[in-house]
Each structure stands twice: as structure tokens, then as C-alpha cells.
Write a protein that binds this ligand. Structure first.
Ligand code: 5AD
Ligand code: SF4
Length: 441
């Protein structure tokens, strides 16, 4: 009987995609994938260390695994905490057999095999530079969306961010490889391509510096079978006029732009080493909206960065109000190992103050989303049906996203998954719309 492997994933889309790659590698090594951790011979925990809370999840899971009554499974820790902690994980938990860093993913099967055969723990957190990955191995977990990595690592060193330490320095994938993977995913029926990179819009083909992110968008747009293109995450500083023009000209590029702001105070932005100001950010928003009037903007915000005053926080609140983001991810500042802020900037804002600011920000954002969504009632929107959601009474509910990335729920049928439909919006809440399908788009 084939051995079974279970993968648990924490963190960002990059991690979700690494898990898809790990699934393929481990399947090739003869394991069968399972979602039931109880029957797994091998448990892979793909970890995130972007905030302390994310990191804590790993230790919670390891503790639970230790309580398993039967012979315990082999445990491999991968991802950002693995890279950050390396061999120290073996000291912190006796349940870890394999530690694989973010750049050593392809060595996972070998290391698991060695640990299995010898009973000795295996660690590889070397900073491999090679970002190639064999085509057709990743087991894509979503029938509609396909993640395609275009850049790995980051050289930006924002003061709060652990990523340059966990994912290494920035390495670009050759455009030929990217386009081959997009083509393969589209041929397999994935209609929506998500290009991934820590600073996705910093892309430059290693073979030709003229071939930048705007160029890549245009090439991906030509791939047959691709209906929608999304990307994450861009950096405001690297949004070029060419990129805006490409988004404007290419109908398959979704009308959604995630522009992580982090803070609305120029003083805080400077301390964060973001290299844009409140004013230049607002000017960028103006330019993007002028070129693409129906674009939806979303953002990330950190509250309670070291030294953030009430006045700085008010600057974030007023910027959020004036831009009117369609959605937002907001976080309390969390000090991360190795970062500039951890070395030089004491974590001064008290936890209670961080919580109060986060709640105030989220309340403001909720009102903004309610207002934006209420404006959609009565309209007909186009959605790509991407998932089945919970049944409501006797009705089978499905869910999709508009080009602006708004979630729309509606009664539907399983065969609609993956199709583009028109939905008449009947109701709106702060986090989603609800409607009825009126035809195919
Ligand atoms: N503390 C809190 N939030 C953070 N983020 C990144 N690092 C930290 C940190 N140390 C947030 C940023 C980033 C998002 C992915 O996570 O807002 O854009
Ligand atoms: Fe993703 Fe950053 Fe978390 Fe690593 S630390 S999984 S790159 S969010």
C-alpha cells in the first residue's frame, strides 16, 4: 500500500504554491496525498513567519502531533520558519525529522527518504540560487486559478519585513519558463492565472532587461485559454507608466490593483524604508484611476510600527478614507528576527494601543466597503465561478469574483464551476455581494 502524505499550509499565496509544488514532488516519490492527518505517514508543515502569530502556529501543530497515540508520522517542516530557524527547530521540538528551507524545496523527497531510511534528522537551508522548477510537476489545488511564480526572494529590506531573510535575495525566472508554465496551466483548464512574486512588478527577464513586468503581462495575455490575469504583490514604488498602460490596454488583466500602503504617514513610511511618501502614493492612485477608471484598489496596512504616534495613525485613517479601498488586510506590528526594526527600533506602541488602532481602522474600512458594495445593488456583474460555498437552507450556493476581485455569492450548479457568468446583484454586505445568475457572460 502506498504511503500517505498530508500537507498543511500557512501563509501567503507563495506558500500555497510551494505546497502545490511539494505535493507534486512527494507524489512522484511514491506517496499518495491525503487531507486526513490521522492516516498520514508523512506530515509536511509549510510555515510562515511574517508575524509572530503565524510562527506560533507551527509550534501549536507540532505539540498536537506529539500527542498522537499511534506510531508518529515522519514530520517535515518547510517554508519561512524552516528557513529562519534551520537546525534550531530540532532543538525546539523533538517531533521534527526534516527541515527544508525555502530555496531547497526540490531536495524535499531526497531528505525525507534519508530521514526515513536512517532515522536521522535532515536539514537543508542552503541559499540555492536556482529558481527553475520542472514543468508539470506542481499539483494545482484549485481548478480555476493557477499560481505561476515569476520572481523569488526580495532585495528591498523594508524595516519590518522578514521576507528577504526567509526567501533570500531576488531571483527572476526566465520568461520562456514562465510562459511555458502559463500555457500548460491554461491547457489544463485553469482560466485564471496569478503571477506571483514578492515584488511582482519588479520583474525583468534575466535574458533581456528590456522585458519588464509590463512586457510580461502582454505576453501572458496572448496565451490561448487564459481568460483572466491577476498578480501579487506589486510594490507602489515599481508601478511604471508602462505597467499602467498594459493594465489599461489588456482586457484579461483584472481591474484590481493591490497597492500595499503600510502607513499613511510619510514619517513612518520613511522609518519603514518604503521609499515613497503619502503624497507620491496618492499621486500614483490618481494616475492609476485616471488611466483605468473602474479599477478597484486594495491594500495592506500595519498599525503600531515603532514610534507611530496618534498623529501618524490619523494620517493612515485619513488616507484610507480618501482613497476608498475595496478591501484591506491590516495587521498589528510584530517584531521579526533579523529585521532592521528589530535591531534598531524598540517596539514602543503598547499592545492595547495597537489593538485599539487596528479596531478603529477595520471599523472605518468596513464602512467604506459597505458604501462601495451598496452601489453595486441592481447592477449586473460578470463573475468567474471559483468555488462552492455553504448550502443555505436547501439552496446550493456558489461563489465567484468580479474582475474587481469582489466576492459574489449566488445559488448555482456544480457544472458552473469555472465558467464566466452574469449575476444580478440583489444584496450587498461589507465583505461580499449576493445575487442571481442571469446568463453566461
Ligand atoms: N508585522 C506586521 N505586519 C507585517 N507585514 C509584514 N511584516 C509585518 C510585521 N513585521 C504585513 C505587511 C505586508 C503583509 C504581507 O504583511 O502589511 O504587506
Ligand atoms: Fe509568505 Fe512572507 Fe509568510 Fe514567507 S513570511 S510565507 S513569504 S507571507
Amino acid at each position: 500500500m502506498a504511503k500517505k502524505a498530508c500537507i498543511e499550509t500557512f501563509g501567503c499565496q507563495m506558500n500555497v504554491h510551494d505546497s502545490e509544488r511539494m505535493a507534486g514532488l512527494i507524489e512522484q516519490a511514491g506517496y499518495e496525498l491525503t487531507n486526513d492527518i490521522g492516516e498520514a505517514d508523512l506530515v509536511l508543515i509549510n510555515t510562515c513567519s511574517v508575524r509572530e502569530k503565524a510562527e506560533d502556529k507551527l509550534f501549536g501543530r507540532l505539540g498536537e502531533l506529539g500527542r498522537g497515540g499511534r506510531g508518529r508520522p515522519l514530520v517535515a517542516v518547510t517554508g519561512c520558519v524552516a528557513q529562519q530557524e534551520g537546525g534550531r527547530l530540532l532543538e525546539r521540538s523533538s517531533h521534527v525529522d526534516v527541515v527544508v528551507g525555502t530555496q531547497a524545496l526540490r531536495r524535499l523527497p531526497l531528505l525525507v527518504d534519508r530521514a526515513d531510511a536512517t532515522g536521522e534528522s535532515q536539514v537543508d537551508v542552503n541559499p540555492y540560487d536556482d529558481v527553475s522548477f520542472p514543468l508539470g510537476i506542481a499539483v494545482r489545488s484549485d481548478p480555476v486559478k493557477a499560481y505561476v511564480t515569476i520572481i523569488e526572494g526580495c532585495n528591498d529590506f523594508c524595516a519590518f519585513c522578514v521576507v528577504p531573510y526567509t526567501r533570500g535575495h531576488e531571483r527572476m525566472r526566465p520568461a520562456g519558463e514562465i510562459l511555458a508554465e502559463v500555457g500548460q496551466a491554461a491547457a489544463a483548464g485553469h482560466r485564471e492565472v496569478h503571477l506571483l512574486g514578492q515584488i511582482v512588478n519588479h520583474y525583468q527577464d534575466p535574458g533581456d532587461p528590456q522585458h519588464d513586468f509590463a512586457w510580461l503581462l502582454r505576453r501572458v495575455h496572448e496565451v490561448p485559454g487564459v481568460d483572466r490575469i491577476r498578480f501579487a504583490s506589486p510594490h507602489p514604488r515599481h508601478v511604471t507608466p508602462e505597467m499602467i498602460a498594459a493594465m489599461r490596454d489588456l482586457p484579461k488583466v483584472c481591474r484590481h490593483l493591490h497597492l500595499p500602503l503600510q502607513s499613511g504617514s510619510t514619517r513612518v513610511l520613511k522609518n519603514m524604508r518604503r521609499r515613497y511618501s503619502r503624497e507620491t502614493y496618492l499621486e500614483l492612485v490618481r494616475q492609476v484611476r485616471e488611466a483605468i477608471p473602474n479599477i478597484a484598489l486594495s491594500t495592506d496596512i500595519i498599525v503600531g510600527f515603532p514610534g507611530e504616534t496618534d498623529g501618524d495613525f490619523e494620517a493612515t485613517m485619513s488616507l484610507v478614507e480618501s482613497v476608498g479601498f475595496h478591501s484591506m488586510f491590516s495587521f498589528k506590528y510584530s517584531q521579526r528576527p533579523n529585521t532592521l526594526a528589530a535591531k534598531r527600533m524598540p517596539d514602543t506602541v503598547p499592545e492595547s494601543e495597537k489593538t485599539a488602532r487596528l479596531m478603529a481602522l477595520q471599523a472605518r474600512q468596513k464602512t467604506i466597503q459597505e458604501r462601495l458594495h451598496a452601489g453595486c445593488v441592481g447592477e449586473s456583474v460578470e463573475v468567474l465561478v471559483d468555488s462552492r460555498s455553504r448550502r443555505q437552507r436547501d439552496v446550493e450556493m456558489f461563489s465567484g469574483r468580479t474582475t474587481q476581485n469582489t466576492v459574489v455569492n449566488f445559488p448555482g450548479r456544480p457544472e458552473w464551476l469555472g465558467s464566466m457568468l452574469k449575476v444580478r446583484v440583489e444584496r450587498a454586505g461589507p465583505y461580499s455581494l449576493r445575487g442571481q445568475v442571469s446568463g453566461s457572460a
